[in-house]
Design a protein around this ligand. Structure first.
Ligand SMILES: Cc1cc2nc3c(=O)[nH]c(=O)nc-3n(C[C@H](O)[C@H](O)[C@H](O)COP(=O)(O)O)c2cc1C
Length: 308
C-alpha cells in the first residue's frame, strides 16, 4: 500500500504520527526509534510558563487502557523555543513536526503562537483546546466552549501563516458545531480526540489512583469514541482530520482512515511497545497488500468528503 499522503501543504511519507505528550520533543526518543521513519510527531503541549505537572502518580493502567493526569509538564515557551525546537530543526528532516500549544487563557495561546512562530523545524501548530487536566479552568476545556474555540482559533490564525490543527474533545455533545466553528475561525485541520475524562479508585481505600484525582482515559478504551468523533467531524467539514485514540494495530489506523482521517496519531500504544509506531507503518503496508488496497488515500474514498 502506498502510504504517502499530502496534508497541510506537505507530503507525509506515511500517515503515522506520534501524539502530543507521548513523545516529548522527539529528542527523548532517539535511542528508541528512528524518528525519520515516521510520518511525523506532535510535540508535548507547550505552555507559556514552565510546568512541573501534577502530583504523582500521574499515570495508571487498567485492563483496556491508561489514565493520565500529567498536568502539561513542559519546559514552557522559552525553554521549548531555545532548547527543544533547535534540536528538531537540526535533526528532523523527513518526519513532519507539529508544535502543540496550550494556554490557560485565550491570550496565552496568542503569546505562544507569537513566541514560537519564528522558530524553524516544524510545519504547523496543533492547538490543544481539550486538555482535561487543566485545574486552572476547573477542568473545563476550551473545546467545550464554542465561543472560546472561535476566539482562540481566529486569534491564532491572525498571528501565523502556518497551518493550524484544532485538537478537540471526545466528550463534546455538539462536536459537529464545534468543528464548524474551528473551521470558520481559520483551522486548517481538526485533530480528534484528546483523552476522555475518567476516574479510577483504589477499591480498598476509595482513594483515587492518580495523585490529582481524575484524569484522561487513553488507549483501546478510547478508540470507539475517537472513530465516532472523526466520522462525525467528517460529515461536518472537508478539512483534513487527524485521528487519534487507541491506535495500535494496522486495523485501527485503517478504521480511522475509513472514518475519514487523513493522518493518524499514536500515543498510549508506544508506552507498552516503544516501537509500536514503526511496527504500525510496516503493518499498514502488509495490510494493504493482503486486502488489495493500493494506497492509504484510497481508504477515504467512501467517506462523505475527502480532503487533503
Ligand atoms: C501521558 C500522556 C500525555 C499526554 N499529553 C498531551 C499533551 O501534552 N497535549 C495533548 O494535546 N494531548 C496529550 N495527550 C493526549 C494524546 O495526545 C492523545 O490524544 C490521547 O492519548 C489518545 O491517543 P492514544 O489512545 O493513542 O494514547 C497525552 C496523553 C498521554 C497518555
Amino acid at each position: 500500500m502506498r502510504l504517502t499522503t499530502h496534508v497541510l501543504g506537505v507530503e507525509f511519507q506515511n500517515p503515522v504520527l506520534l501524539a502530543a505528550g507521548t513523545c516529548g520533543f522527539g529528542v527523548e526518543l532517539i535511542d528508541v526509534i528512528d524518528l525519520e521513519a515516521l510520518g511525523g510527531f506532535v510535540t508535548k503541549s507547550i505552555t507559556l510558563e514552565p510546568r512541573t505537572g501534577n502530583p504523582a502518580p500521574r499515570v495508571t493502567e487498567f485492563d483496556s487502557g491508561m489514565m493520565n493526569s500529567i498536568g502539561l509538564a513542559n519546559p514552557g515557551l522559552v525553554g521549548a523555543r531555545d532548547e527543544k525546537l533547535p534540536w528538531i530543526a537540526a535533526n528532523v528532516r523527513r518526519a513532519h513536526v507539529l508544535v502543540s500549544v496550550a494556554g490557560h487563557t485565550v491570550d496565552e495561546y496568542f503569546a505562544l503562537i507569537e513566541g514560537l512562530d519564528q522558530s524553524d523545524g516544524f510545519v504547523g501548530f496543533e492547538i490543544n483546546l481539550s486538555c482535561p487536566n487543566d485545574a486552572r479552568r476547573d477542568g473545563v476545556p476550551f473545546a467545550l466552549d464554542p465561543d472560546a474555540v472561535t476566539e482562540i482559533m481566529s486569534g491564532c490564525r491572525a498571528r501565523t501563516q502556518r497551518p493550524l490543527a484544532a485538537k478537540l474533545a471526545p466528550n463534546d455533545p455538539a462536536l459537529g458545531k464545534t468543528v464548524k466553528r474551528a473551521e470558520e475561525a481559520g483551522a486548517d485541520a481538526i485533530t480528534l480526540v484528546n483523552t476522555l475524562p475518567g476516574l479510577l479508585l483504589n477499591p480498598e481505600s476509595g482513594d483515587a489512583r492518580l495523585g490529582q484525582g481524575a484524569g484522561g482515559v487513553s488507549g483501546p478504551a478510547l478508540r470507539p469514541s475517537g472513530i465516532r468523533a472523526v466520522r462525525e467531524a467528517r460529515s461536518n467539514t472537508s478539512l483534513p482530520l487527524l485521528g487519534v485514540g487507541g491506535v495500535l494495530a494496522p486495523e485501527d489506523a485503517v478504521a480511522y482512515g475509513r472514518a475519514g482521517a487523513a493522518l493518524v496519531q499514536m500515543g498510549t500504544a508506544t508506552f507498552a511497545a516503544p516501537r509500536a509506531s514503526t511496527d504500525l507503518i510496516a503493518g499498514l503496508g502488509r495490510w494493504g497488500r493482503r486486502h488489495g488496497v493500493s494506497a492509504w488515500d484510497d481508504l477515504r474514498a467512501g467517506t462523505e468528503a475527502q480532503a487533503g
